[in-house]
Design a protein. Structure first.
Length: 115
């Protein structure tokens, strides 16, 4: 059974930082491509960052240079380091894994950016 469990969200002031974690189970993590998505109120879910099994990464243009996705294969965990946070980064952030059976999502973690 695939499980993705996000943590690390919270309230931060503009310009601050947060580190999100997604602990996984039920998958061969070292072979998995992983991604972070976010969904703000009244907006569609959007891809924030992705990391392939070889460690190569992709970012949405709006977060490039501020966010860093990384993985720890020993802990079956993917991270999202978010720096220089802006009010427009506020959203529920979701961890994602896809395989031939479909897409798997965590429960999400809320990020609020406000002074």
């Amino acid at each position: 059974q695939v499980q993705l469990v996000e943590s690390g969200g919270g309230l931060v002031q503009p310009g601050g930082s947060l580190r999100l974690s997604c602990a996984t189970s039920g998958i061969i993590f070292s072979l998995a491509a992983m991604a972070w998505y976010r969904q703000a109120p009244r907006k569609q879910r959007e891809l924030v960052a992705a990391i392939r099994r070889d460690g190569s990464t992709d970012y949405a243009g709006s977060v490039k240079g501020r966010f860093t996705i990384s993985r720890d294969n020993a802990k079956d965990t993917v991270y999202l380091q978010m720096n220089s946070l802006k009010p427009e980064d506020a959203a529920v952030y979701y961890c994602n894994f896809d395989n031939f059976r479909g897409a798997y999502w965590g429960q999400g973690t809320q990020v609020t950016v406000s002074s």
